[in-house]
Design a protein around this ligand. Sequence first.
Ligand SMILES: NC(=O)c1ccc[n+]([C@@H]2O[C@H](COP(=O)([O-])OP(=O)(O)OC[C@H]3O[C@@H](n4cnc5c(N)ncnc54)[C@H](OP(=O)(O)O)[C@@H]3O)[C@@H](O)[C@H]2O)c1
Length: 327
Amino acid sequence: MTNLLPTERQAWRRTDDHSPGAARLKLVTEPLPRELAPTAVLIQVHAVSLNWRDANITNGGNPWPVIPNGIICNDAAGEVLAIGQNVRRVRVGDRVAPTNDTEYLTHRSTGRSWVAANEDGVLATYIVYDEAVLGHLPTYLSWESAALIPCAGVTAWAALKDVGIGKIVLIQGTGGVSSWALKLARASGLKVILTSSSDEKLEHMKKIFGAPEIQTINYKTTPDWHEKVLKLTDGIGVDLVIENGGASSLVKSLKCTRRGGIVSQVGYLGKQQPDNLQELVPTIIDRRVILRQVTSENDSADVVTDISFPGALTAARLNTWMTSPPL
Ligand SMILES: NC(=O)c1ccc[n+]([C@@H]2O[C@H](COP(=O)([O-])OP(=O)(O)OC[C@H]3O[C@@H](n4cnc5c(N)ncnc54)[C@H](OP(=O)(O)O)[C@@H]3O)[C@@H](O)[C@H]2O)c1
């Protein structure tokens, strides 16, 4: 198949120039490999979604290492155009996306290579990956909807893992990961308490999701929002928190989680001041809470299987949510 390879691609690369007014990105045309390695896969990118992380990396705010002038974005949906001679897991025409950490493929992997940080990202016309890091995407979704799965979708799915029907989850904010979590939580029969800095967004979400009504808290106008969460749960706390603030909100999140519950640490959107973490250890011990980071190597395959299975989370329902009017 390698004789069909395009010879070049266009890609958006970071300039790494953070001076005021300077362009942060540049569009480049660059050659593609003339031949595919035995297990390599050439993918035509059809859609890329933007995450908070992409802007943060481009603006120089990533707390972990990034390669110089890397290609941005890590959420893509693409079509296999050509495969190396030993590729077995994917075929030409398959719809695929690379996983977010191409070195974390088993729980015993010690390396880390985050797409768009430790290595190039996916905002390019063509990308080449080893078959081992590719996951299949559902065929019923548009390219645009499918491109929301690998980072935001998988993160939300993994963050919600291990809570059963009827349990209560606290979802912080109305961004990409949280919107996904909200959709998955509702489809799974979970009760939701949603926070936002905007009453307008909270009303919008209540309207979209209908009955039973989502319970909401504005975390800006209610700085002690964790107390309100406790009130809404008869003083017990929620079963799981999708934690987005990081150091600024973690202790409060732990305080409003029921004993033995789970806090899934997803984001670090608030100010990361160590002072806010002084009560961390005593609170974890007192609440007997499981604090965890979220994604693992098998999650991509699991989430795609789950959202593809005709059941509570049907394709039609997912599509309806995904095409809800933007805020
Ligand atoms: N761990 C992982 O594997 C993983 C994967 C994906 C993303 N992330 C991280 O998750 C976070 C969210 O990513 P995203 O792509 O969903 O971002 P996003 O789409 O930009 O959403 C951000 C939203 O979060 C809410 N928010 C902002 N500051 C907050 C705070 N201090 N406390 C609570 N909520 C706050 C806001 O919601 P309102 O406007 O409603 O107030 C904001 O709109 C980022 O830190 C990102 O790096 C981690």
